[in-house]
Design a protein around this ligand. Structure first.
Ligand code: HEC
Length: 299
């Protein structure tokens, strides 16, 4: 009996040991360095507590009580060093992206809500002192307005997203911020090139894909957006540039096109659809007639 329990205890240690060898969580350097642009207030912490109760408590338990759910690897208690040793940015990354049993929250909570949860989590760390993100400023003064503008060069090999800050009548390019570029498609947006940082002239340079289909004249709708929404809110611009391959697709207002209302269905589609419906109904009628014959024979 004793031997048996010792055996199971050992087995548990071995199994737990094997699984506890989790690979360290890879957090990209720029994400782990990310900081909130606003100071955590009591209001943030309260909102964070409510969000924590609703979304996290079921697994991570009550902070400081170590009543976490039994999973392998276990979700750490928020008051524990394992969680608190993370930078604000890596907490934000891990909560956004998730891993294994830890769900990804980026489509459930927005960035500000995640910062509120972090504000709440930090109340369980006496040594924590918040560091704020440094917003690019105009010689120490906040910009009135920040704008992105899209252009393509003459040869259409590069797309330029220009980031500019305005202060009164003064204009200043903003360097060192990441911009993402998308081509607008019917079903969601397609990322063009990888995210790029703005250079000293405030320009993010994207290389233009050679075979990007455009409309009949090669126009492509593009959206450029500042990756970090914490700094200036959502900074985004949409432009149509002639950088694509001219592609002749029947537009939706054509007399007969596939993606269209029933009255405008292509004739071949209409005929084959009706034919298959007829075949199926014909089959059903034949079966019913046979059944009638069988029941007649029975009588
Ligand atoms: C379904 C259970 C579950 C829920 C719900 C959940 N987590 Fe987790 N969480 C886990 C698990 C399991 C891990 C460990 C994952 C790993 O290390 O691979 C984890 C890890 C983490 C980590 C990383 C800790 C470290 O080791 O650096 C953070 C931060 C975290 N969770 C925060 C949250 C927050 C905040 C919420 C709510 C918004 C939440 N979790 C909701 C299960 C959960």
């Amino acid at each position: 009996m004793i031997l048996k329990s010792i055996f199971f205890v050992l087995l548990n240690f071995i199994v737990a040991g094997l699984f506890a060898q989790t690979t360290p969580w890879d957090v990209p350097a720029d994400r782990s360095a990310k900081l909130s642009t606003t100071a955590f207030t009591d209001q943030n912490r309260n909102t964070g507590r409510n969000l924590y109760q609703a979304n996290c408590k079921s697994c991570h338990g009550d902070p400081g009580k170590n009543n976490v759910i039994k999973l392998v690897p276990p979700p750490p208690d928020p008051a524990a060093t394992q969680l608190q040793q993370n930078t604000d940015g890596s907490l934000h990354f891990k909560i956004s992206e998730g891993r294994g049993a830890m769900p990804s929250f980026k489509n459930i909570l927005n960035s500000a809500e995640i910062w509120n949860i972090i504000a709440f989590l930090r109340t369980f760390n006496k040594d924590y002192q918040q560091q704020l993100a440094v917003k690019p400023t105009f010689g120490g003064e906040v910009f009135d307005k920040v704008e992105l503008k899209l252009t393509a060069d003459q040869t259409h090999t590069t797309i330029v997203a220009q980031l500019t800050g305005f202060k009164g009548s003064l204009v200043k390019p903003i360097a060192g911020l990441e911009v993402k570029l998308f081509a607008v498609r019917y079903f969601g947006n397609l990322m063009v090139d990888k995210p790029m940082d703005t250079n000293a002239e405030g320009k993010a340079l994207f290389s233009c894909p050679k075979n990007l289909p455009g409309d009949a004249s090669g126009n492509v709708s593009l959206v450029a957006q500042l990756s970090n929404e914490e700094l200036f809110g959502l900074v985004k611009t949409e432009s149509t540039l002639a950088i694509g391959l001219p592609t002749d697709r029947p537009p939706l207002n054509e007399p007969r096109a596939l993606w269209n209302v029933v009255q405008k269905t292509p004739v071949w589609l209409l005929i084959s659809y009706l034919a298959s419906v007829l075949v199926v109904w014909g089959f059903i009628v034949v079966v019913l007639l046979k059944l009638r014959t069988i029941s007649k024979l029975g009588e």
